[in-house]
Ligand binder design. Structure first.
Ligand code: ADP
Length: 629
């Protein structure tokens, strides 16, 4: 049962192993894709959030910057409307009043410095005329804000002060000549206000965020991070460097590029020059990812930048990945657990079934044992019955046997008496003759008792080749006293070739004795007493028939003939076991038994037994020794 059970299991494991691998690979792939997708979504949502905030911050910072400058934008214009100033730039002369005027206005406005240049860029008057770093007398024609104003435009420019060394934002306005002065529409000079953006920058720094402003050349001039000030956003061309040098914009400062690297090639490629920049670009600085957003500053020509650290984005993505991974692992283990439980349940069920089968098997086994034992007992009983039958037969035969033994005994007595007389006469020759006769008689008696002993012997139940002719002869020899007593004629029709069957010699003998005895009994009342024993072989079967000329068997009795204890004989004459025992013996040997009436009106009993092959006979080491009759 075990071996037949394992064979299909091993056959089934190969495809199921493959299938399991495919399923696991599928789950892993699905897990990887979902984790990747979730991370992507988490990242883009977080970046979107940062972008939205960044856009708002940019607008806010822009407005603070605009507000800081707007306060002063009108100042140069106001200065150009002053008669004293116009007078000064158009005709020259004393700047004393103009100096005072500028000083007063500037004190009121709170700018860094307010000053007036002539058409050559020479400072004619300045609010700081009293100080050590007075602009008066300095020439600022190199400054772009001067040149812009001289071209009739409002100028704006961030630079480090050429005189003070202090950075500032310069706003300029052209001073246009008037009709009254006879110099209509001619630009006579420039009014400039220098705004100190340090307080604004300080505010930004205090805010703790990263915001900075670059000029049109990409040089950072305002920054909430001190170390980013005067760094460039990209490499400067030699022309730009030269222009900056000429404008003395960042005098004495070495402009170094700011290493804000694009995060990936694709994000770098996605950046379009001239793009508003408020969408933002991913940048890496000092190992951290940032979202860089920028916008142009109106009326200023520079750009405002806002940098959002994406550290919390990374953290969020990491936690989403972790949650997804843990979920997947939990799911995987849940699947494994459920699967395991199902397999366990299945194997428990199989075990229960196996146990049930085992129990049934054990019961069957027990039943088989029981049958075997019963069969053994039955056989034993049968043996005993056979023995009982034999003893019964002996009992019934005892009269005939006694008679048979009495005859030689009587003869012996006669011969002994005769011998005495011959001895007295001294006729030793006659005595000698009598002794020979006596010895023959004793032999005859011995033969009779010997046969009785053989018949009464208990069978050992061993099967061996038996020559049927011999068995018939033995049976007839045993029954000889009875046959002679009842004057029964025996006719045998036996083939000359020995017919051998595999049988228990003693039992076959018993069957034959039984049949012949029954035949003799059936002819008790008959005048003619004839038993015919015939043997022939057909289709490997030995057919042995015993016919008598007795009263035969009625149809009613024919049906019950082989039943144990069925007898029609008087009490003490028969016990009704002979035929049933014979039936058992012959069927045990694989043969059959048949009872019928013959044409003569008597009974015919036919025994059929399989013939032992010649080869089998040789194998059993048995050499047939000719027929018994
Ligand atoms: P028993 O001889 O002790 O009666 P058997 O089993 O040998 O037991 O025989 C059963 C019965 O079968 C006999 O009583 C008899 O009626 C019948 N029977 C057996 N042999 C013959 C026969 N040759 N002719 C007629 N009847 C027979």
């Amino acid at each position: 049962m075990t071996s037949s059970g394992t064979a299909p299991t091993t056959d089934a494991t190969a495809p199921s192993l493959n299938r399991r691998l495919i399923v696991i690979a599928g789950i892993l792939l699905l897990a990887a894709v979902t984790i990747w997708k979730a991370a992507d979504i988490a990242r883009s949502t977080a970046v979107d959030g940062a972008r939205e905030t960044g856009r708002e911050r940019l607008a806010l910072y822009d407005s603070t910057l605009q507000a800081a400058l707007e306060r002063y934008r009108y100042l140069p214009f106001v200065v150009t409307r002053n008669n004293g100033v116009n007078e000064l730039v158009s005709r020259g002369g004393e700047a004393g009043d103009v100096n005072l005027y500028l000083e007063q206005i500037n004190a009121q406005a709170g700018a860094d410095a307010l000053y007036v240049l002539d058409a050559n860029g020479e400072t004619l008057a300045a609010s700081n005329w009293r100080s050590d770093v007075s602009f008066v007398g300095h020439n600022y024609s190199f400054r772009p804000y001067f040149r812009d104003a001289m071209e009739g435009k409002a100028g704006s420019f961030f630079a480090i002060g050429a005189t003070t060394g202090e950075p500032g934002y310069f706003l300029s306005w052209p001073i246009v000549g008037t009709e009254a002065l006879g110099q209509a529409d001619k630009i006579l000079g420039v009014a400039v206000v220098k705004v100190d953006l340090n307080p604004l920058q300080q505010d930004w720094r205090d805010g703790g965020e990263t915001v900075f402003v670059s000029d049109s050349n990409g040089v950072v001039f305002l920054s909430s991070r001190a170390d980013w000030k005067y760094r460039t956003l990209g490499a400067l061309t030699p022309e730009t460097v030269e222009r900056i040098r000429r404008g003395r914009q960042y005098r004495g400062i070495k402009l170094q590029p700011l290493e804000l690297m694009p995060v990936t090639a694709s994000s770098a490629a996605a950046e379009r020059p001239g793009d508003g920049g408020s969408q933002g670009q991913l940048r890496r600085f000092g190992g951290t990812d940032y979202l860089l957003q920028s916008r142009n500053i109106e009326n200023l020509g520079g750009r405002l930048h806002y940098l959002s650290p994406l550290a919390n984005v990374t953290a969020r993505v990491s936690s989403v990945i972790a949650i997804m991974a843990i979920s997947w692992i939990l799911l995987f283990f849940a699947i494994l657990f459920l699967r395991e439980r199902r397999l366990k349940a299945a194997s428990a069920r199989r075990a229960r079934e196996a146990m049930a089968i085992e129990a049934v098997n054990r019961k069957l086994q027990a039943e088989i044992e029981e049958r075997r034992r019963a069969e053994g007992e039955l056989r034993e009983t049968q043996n005993e019955l056979v023995q009982a039958g034999k003893l019964a037969a002996l009992g019934q035969m005892s009269a005939a046997i006694a008679h048979e033994l009495n005859q030689p005994l009587a003869a012996i007595q006669t011969f002994l008496a005769g011998s005495r007389i011959f001895l007295k006469r001294g006729d030793s020759g006659q005595v000698e003759e009598n002794l020979t006769t006596l010895s023959r008689l004793a032999d005859r008696m011995g033969a009779i008792t010997g046969q009785l002993k053989t018949f009464a012997r208990k069978s050992e139940g061993k099967l061996a080749p038996v020559v049927l002719q011999d068995a018939v002869a033995d049976a007839l020899a045993l029954l000889d006293p009875q046959i002679r007593l009842d004057a029964v004629e025996i006719v045998t029709d036996l083939p000359s070739t020995p017919v051998t069957v595999r049988a228990d010699e003693v039992r076959v003998g018993q069957v034959l004795v039984n049949f012949v005895r029954n035949a003799i009994d059936a002819m008790e009342e008959s005048d003619k007493r004839l038993v015919t024993i015939a043997l022939y072989v057909t289709e490997q079967t030995a057919v042995l028939s015993i016919d008598d000329v007795g009263h035969g068997i009625s149809d009613e009795n024919l049906a019950k003939l082989f039943d144990p204890f069925f007898t029609t004989k008087e009490v003490g004459e028969g016990i009704g076991l002979g035929l049933s025992i014979s039936y058992g013996i012959i069927t045990d040997l694989g043969g059959s038994l048949q009872a019928e009436n013959n044409p003569a009106g008597g009974a015919r009993f036919t025994i059929r037994l399989p013939v032992l092959e010649q080869a089998e006979t040789a194998l059993s080491g048995f050499a047939p020794a000719g027929t018994g009759t």
